[in-house]
Structure formats: C-alpha cells, structure tokens
Design a protein around this ligand. Sequence first.
Ligand SMILES: NC(=O)c1ccc[n+]([C@@H]2O[C@H](COP(=O)([O-])OP(=O)(O)OC[C@H]3O[C@@H](n4cnc5c(N)ncnc54)[C@H](OP(=O)(O)O)[C@@H]3O)[C@@H](O)[C@H]2O)c1
Length: 299
Amino acid sequence: MDVLILGGAGQVGTELRALAWPAGTGVHAPSRSELDITDAGAVAGALDARAYGAVINTAAYTAVDKAESEIAEAWRLNALAPAILAAESARRSIPLVQVSTDYVFAGTKAGPYRTDDPIAPRSVYGASKAGGELAVRTGNPRHAIVRTAWVVSPHRGNFVKTMLRLAGERDKLTVVDDQHGCPTSAGDLAAALMTIALRLAADEAAPTGTFHCVNSGATTWCGFARAIVAGSARRGGRTIPVEGIPTASYPTPAQRPANSVLATDGLTAAFGIAPRPWEAALDDILDRLVGPVSAETSR
Ligand SMILES: NC(=O)c1ccc[n+]([C@@H]2O[C@H](COP(=O)([O-])OP(=O)(O)OC[C@H]3O[C@@H](n4cnc5c(N)ncnc54)[C@H](OP(=O)(O)O)[C@@H]3O)[C@@H](O)[C@H]2O)c1
C-alpha cells in the first residue's frame, strides 16, 4: 500500500516520515519543489503515478500573522489546494486526511470545543483553513478532517524552540496568559494521522468526518512557557521568571481565540486514539532538543 504525504518537510510531515509504518507501506513525501499542491495538473499527475491507498495533507500556509497581509496566498494554499486534492483524490476513490486548526473557532465558548460547534474564524488564517475544510467536506466523501492546535516539535520554528532561545537570552519572559488551548506534539499527531489514514485505506466503512486531535489537558501560552522553562531547567538550562500578560498588552496582526481547547472524545470513539497529557509530550520534545533530565535535578 502506498501513502502520499503532502507538506513532508513541515513539523507534522517530518514526524509522519519518521514513523514506523507497517511493513509493505510505501511512504511518498514529495517536497514543495517536486509537487506544488496549488497546481491542479501536477496534483493529478502525482495521483496517477501510483495506486495510492490514502493521501495525508499537512501542507499549509501557517504564518498566522503574515496571512493578514498575504490573503490570496493563504487562501491559495489553505483552501484552493485542499479543493484540488479533494476533487482529484475523490475521482480516484482515494481517502483524504486533511489537517485543520483550532483557529476556525471564535474562542468565546466556555469549555472545550466539540467538532459540531459552529465555526467563526477571527483571522485570515482561520478563515482560509475553514475554506479548506469545506472544500474537503464537499469534495471527497471519504475524508477525515483532523483539527489540531499549538503544534510543537524539535523541527522548524515553533513555540518550544522560541521559548528555549529566549530563556537563554533574557532574564525574564512575558507571555500572554489569557488564551487557553492544548499544546500538541507533532509526533503524537502524526501517529494519529497514520492510524486514521491506514483505517480509511483498509476499510470502506471506516469513520469519516471531522475529528479533534490534541494532547490532553489545557493551559495558556504563559503556562506552556513556564513548563518549557522548568523542563529546560531540569535538563541543566537557566531558570528565569515567566510573567503573565493580557493579550491586550501583546497586540498582533491576527486575532487569536481566547479559548481554543478541543474535545477529543470523537477521535477516541472512532479510532481508539487516546491522546496523552501535553506535559508528557513536552518532556519527550525537550529530551530531544535539550537532552535528558540531569541526575542532579531529577532527585
Ligand atoms: N503549527 C501549528 O501550531 C498548527 C496549529 C493548528 C493546526 N496546524 C495545521 O497543521 C498542519 C501542519 O502544520 P505544520 O506546523 O507541520 O506546518 P509547517 O511546519 O509550516 O509545514 C508546512 C509545509 O507545507 C509545505 N508547503 C507550503 N506551500 C506548499 C505548496 N504550494 N505545495 C506543497 N507544499 C507546500 C511547506 O513546504 P516547505 O518545507 O518548502 O516550506 C512545509 O513543508 C497544517 O495544516 C496547519 O494548518 C498547525
């Protein structure tokens, strides 16, 4: 069985490529220069090259603030490309797994968002990803739209790497403390995407629709930063204070949801995937980025 992964050099794509796929699975992950997913002809050609069992799309325009001024580019990659992928995969009866985002929600709900809660994105990025969801939902009946959030890993730029760098440069960090969400390991998400893609490929009656996949528990960006700094200190890094500030004190071009905690019970019911706590996933990432917990600090 062959699987096509798009965005294979991204955070999630890198982890997908590194997974132990079942023996006999051919994992194909063309780079952006090898396959531009906004090019309908190129996508059709790629899907004709092999009898793929599933397509996983992790490619996206992910620069949330820049998207406010690059509207056409964000929509081209986050909505037009999924529309092309949905149409071309449906034409060949290939299931499509599309990764989406917590930023499709307004963030005004008290409590975790469920998959059937109404979406109301507040940013160009969120709206363009919502456009991608609609394109996949309507374009390929054999789809899984997997919303995730606050993705971190040892790869590329992300919040964990930024906090580690700043903790080495500054004597104090100030971080937004009134946005609530679920930090998520790209590795844990990738494992879930593999499970979903293999199920869809193997079983015509496998569950389809929209799912939430995040690590369990929730925190604020400030709570997350404190855990990163504390985890780094346990591995020999500097201990510095992390002070919470309101969103109003840290204006950004894109508006972000105040609450984007996602409920994952649908994912567990459909695929038997039970995400582990975000703190455990963070420990694994810090082990890879900083090193193991030092004997002195673990006592
Ligand atoms: N990061 C987060 O916090 C977060 C939160 C919620 C949801 N998500 C969603 O999770 C998914 C994966 O995110 P990520 O953090 O892994 O993204 P990422 O690290 O930014 O990677 C995105 C990938 O898309 C590729 N790409 C860009 N334009 C392309 C094109 N025209 N054709 C083919 N590939 C193209 C990029 O190629 P290059 O390697 O050439 O740049 C890159 O490999 C996305 O759907 C994102 O919206 C992410």
